[in-house]
Design a protein around this ligand. Structure first.
Ligand SMILES: Cc1ncc(COP(=O)(O)O)c(C=O)c1O
Length: 388
């Protein structure tokens, strides 16, 4: 097969859609501050509010004002945890419940609260990466302040049952947060039926710009600003509006909403083709994640007897861009905390690759990857001293 470049790292980030790019270019000339009261400022503000409405719609929020713009998923998550710090210092509830498979920006925020004396429970997951709901029901109680569970995992793609989680949490009166950074634009997200008080999203995971995100805030839920200053975003998040980012995010959200059904069908078919092709090209590999509840675009495979970085670099030489674990963990030689939590041993976790597909992935891309992976794994295994 002729050499080609195949990008299969869409969970790390996505390219701007042409429509988003066009919006950003248009917006470069709409420079007025969206908080200014003059005509140009008001025009600029109208466009910010259109973006807010599109994003609210994508996550099923009826009130656009429940969407607060931030710089991305990390900031949205940290704002929620910082809010809990303030509430827990003065209130009677201080318990934090989250999971072992969260993104580092949640894990490290939870560890920070733990270091400040907050009791934190990191919930177990099963072999598929599904949160243990019995354990959740056992640990949530009158002292619990926050339950934070990611809607879908960035490394293995497992999707959690947010409605079931809500039905456990609501009886305890704790706040419910979900990091939906990997879910928005890939699966239906509905803040109302999920019963969340807070929901995190990020523009660059759905073909929007980097450096912009949002936090859904349920009416009545408390929020303490992480960034203090002007009155933007009802005082919840100060700083001059990032029009370019916000408007690009808005267009991306609108497109994602219009195309979601078609995206799920098309991309999951390609992902399944890739999975089946890899399973028949490479003996003894293991597919991670929950086959019954997965992001449509994600495929995480462990290749015993081969080392993840070596696989990644060999694929890269063939023009194929993938990740071991998450992009945020790359550079670290620690095995994936997500795979370890699912019971995969450290050696196998080290030999795991995340293929994440997207709207520009084609059948030819998939077949190209299938044609390359077999010989690469065979070569690496032949050099390995590890028996499997
Ligand atoms: C699940 C999850 N949460 C949060 C983030 C951080 O988002 P951002 O890059 O917008 O800060 C990411 C990005 O990789 C993610 O996958």
């Amino acid at each position: 097969m002729e050499r080609r470049t195949v990008y299969m790292d869409y969970n790390a980030t996505t390219a701007l859609r042409p429509e988003v790019k066009a919006e950003i270019v248009r917006d470069l000339d709409v420079y007025a501050n969206a908080s200014s009261m003059h005509e140009d400022g008001r025009k600029s503000r109208v466009r910010v509010e259109q973006a807010r409405t599109a994003i609210a719609k994508l996550v099923g929020a009826t009130d656009p004002q429940s969407i607060i713009f931030t710089s991305g998923g990390s900031e949205s998550n940290n704002t929620v945890f910082a809010t809990m710090f303030h509430l827990g210092r003065t209130g009677s509830r201080r318990g934090i419940v989250t999971t072992k498979i969260e993104h580092p920006c949640v894990l490290n925020a939870a560890r920070w609260l733990e270091s400040e004396g907050f009791p934190v429970v990191f919930l177990d997951v099963d072999e598929y990466g599904t949160v243990n709901l019995d354990q959740l029901a056992r640990v949530v109680g009158p002292e619990t302040l926050l339950v934070s569970v990611m809607a879908a995992n960035n490394e293995i793609g497992t999707v959690q049952d947010m409605r079931a989680i809500h039905s456990i949490v609501k009886n305890a009166g704790a706040y419910l947060h979900s990091d939906a950074t990997q879910s928005v634009g890939k699966i239906p997200v509905d803040v109302e039926s999920w019963g969340v008080d807070y929901l995190t999203m990020s523009g660059h995971k759905l073909y929007g710009p980097k450096g912009v995100g949002a936090l859904y805030l349920k009416k009545g839920a408390p929020l303490e600003p992480l960034i203090r200053g002007g009155h933007q975003e009802h005082g919840y998040r100060a700083g001059t509006y990032n029009n370019i980012g916000i408007l690009g995010f808005g267009v991306a959200a609108e497109l994602a909403q219009n195309e979601l059904d078609e995206y799920v069908v098309r991309v999951s078919a390609l992902r399944d083709r890739l999975r089946d092709g890899i399973l028949s090209a490479v003996p003894k590999c293991r597919v991670n994640g929950n086959p019954a509840s997965m992001l449509p675009n994600t495929l995480n495979v462990s290749f015993p007897g081969a080392e993840g970085e070596a696989i990644l670099l060999s694929l890269d030489l063939e023009g194929i861009r993938v990740s071991t674990g998450s992009a945020c963990a790359s550079g670290s030689l620690d095995p994936s905390h997500v795979l370890l939590a699912t019971g995969v041993g450290p050696e196998l976790a080290h030999g795991s690759i995340r293929f994440s597909l997207g709207r520009d992935t084609t059948i030819d891309d998939v077949d190209y990857v299938i044609s390359k992976i077999g010989p690469i794994i065979a070569r690496l295994r032949s050099m390995s001293t590890v028996s499997f």
